[in-house]
Design a protein around this ligand. Sequence first.
Ligand code: ADP
Ligand code: ZN
Length: 290
Amino acid sequence: MFGTVEAGGTKFVCGIGNEDGRILDQITVPTTVPEETLDAVFAYFRNKPIQSLGVGCFGPLDLDPRSPSYGSITGTPKIAWRYCNILAELRGRFPVPVALDTDVNAAVLAEARWGAGRGLHTCLYLTVGTGIGGGALVEGRILHGLMHPEMGHVIVRKQAGDLFPGVCPTHGDCLEGLASGPAIERRWGRRGADLPPDHRAWELEADYLAQGLVNYVYALSPQRIILGGGVMRQAQLFPLIRRRVLELLGGYIDRPEILADMDHYIAPPALGSLSGLCGGLVLAMKAVKP
Ligand code: ADP
Ligand code: ZN
């Protein structure tokens, strides 16, 4: 049995599961301040027979093992969590190995093992929710590099006449600034969930997301792209995004996976809302059997 935590900005989901990715029990606790939320996490796992614990966490995170702040949440707008060393806190309280990675890196690991990326060595998981973030599995390994990718903050070309300044506190109109859930809400004055499926918001949303995806296709050469997060519950976005990606690629990537199988190339998560939680299981398993 392994322990998993999906640590998000609004809630922490804790669970236990097995080697097959089956979640056997889970609880949700609200994200308040570290002392309180982590106490609830400790309480949940206290008597659970887990071999190891894997945590997929919101970021940005310091994931450089040589850094003095390794395992910390760094520049988050959630002030109470800034510089919280979540890895050190958990390692200090549990006698088992603890592994930490970003929420989206966890999600791509789970999707590659049990879900929409099964059998693939290079794939991408992008969440479009409160923020936009991507996790990349590249030739079987999670890409960390200098820290970890920050795919939501890529620059996209604004549509002519789009005067919306964007909501990213750092960049304004980066992809996240233009296309995250809060960007949709600010731009249209209504939450995405309340906009009708034929609203022109979705055509614009699909264009910006497609531009991001095309950049990732060129830079990382993923065998598949999995799109999750609250905004992607708008199922009509999938065909709009696929069409726009094909247009923007203009036939340049001459591969049947893209030209003939777009419905699989850009896909929803097969694990649904469990990608992150199952990802924690993969991290936990890797912590004992790398
Ligand atoms: P988080 O990113 O905080 O982990 P979610 O992935 O659920 O959580 O994303 C939340 C964002 O997604 C909010 O901005 C919300 O307005 C938006 N959202 C949630 N459900 C929908 C929906 N059905 N249609 C469009 N947008 C949605
Ligand atoms: Zn940004």
